[in-house]
Design a protein around this ligand. Sequence first.
Ligand code: ADP
Ligand code: TRP
Length: 321
Amino acid sequence: MRVLSGVQPSGALHIGNYFGAIRQFVELQHEHDCYYFLADLHALTSVHDADRLRGLVTDLATAFLALGLDPGKAALYRQSDLPEIPELTWYLSTVTSMGLLQRCHSFKDKVAQGVIPSHGLFAYPVLMAADVLIVRANVVPVGRDQKQHLEVTRDIVASFHATYGREVFTMPEPMIGDEVAVVPGLDGQKMSKSYGNTIDLFGPEKEIRQRIMSITTDSTPVEAPKPKEGNALYGLLKLFAPAGERAWVEAAFDEGGTGYGEMKKRLFAYYLATFGEARRRFEELRRHPEEVEAVLRSGAERARAIAVPLMDEVRAIVGIR
Ligand code: ADP
Ligand code: TRP
């Protein structure tokens, strides 16, 4: 089975991205033929600073490797290293109805968050369809927020096939990780870089500690039992606590006697136990950007081995050259 997914290099990675996406990507590489890419063309819808974008791409690639992506198994590449993707996007655009794109929630959501309502942002799902089709992916692991985009991809495939009377593309299926709960941010809302409530995966330890110590809590006295429902600190402790410490977490909330400050210190210790090794690998790899670059180049070659012959077929079907 061929698996594909992409992540936008549009900000520092946070633990929500790890538990909601990257952890699954890394696990899937052991069983399937996996293609993962850094969606830099998509990121251009919100990042308009060349140096910043290049830095974000390198950091994201470094993060994937530090978090366990094995380039001997999965292909990791930059979207922009496949010129076939924007070319295919155009062919797909000509069979995509305006109405289909007008129904997408994410355009409206992003505009509400302050992203420029550009044509690129509106056409974003067509570029996404090209990402998926270009390597003939069967399955696309994504978060719930991307499910509609996968449905758009499927509609575009059907429309292309109906228009030209040829079944050239592989129909992809979304794979939605239901079992992954939404990771709460410092303020109890969904953790998201757009809400400024994240705990990052990388970056100075001191800052991470400060962020954890600033998790919003109520004013329950130390001696009293603490509410768990809607409590961001409880949600995060549950996510991180190793099996042997889960009973401690439950007792700390149910029985009282443990202050929020002490719980936050534990959470920081669990964070380091979970990500300390990856954080060290990240720093080490950062000193060798040429190794990261070599991984991206060889990943792009693997993807192009599928994309180039597919595009020969597509051009023949649409009548270009
Ligand atoms: P952000 O909301 O910070 O902009 P993205 O939309 O770039 O994050 O998300 C990238 C991936 O990480 C997606 O697959 C998304 O489902 C997952 N993800 C992001 N935030 C969370 C969260 N709080 N909990 C679980 N998964 C998340
Ligand atoms: N839009 C996805 C996100 O924001 C990233 C993405 C771009 C993607 N192209 C894709 C995901 C193709 C899966 C398949 O998370």
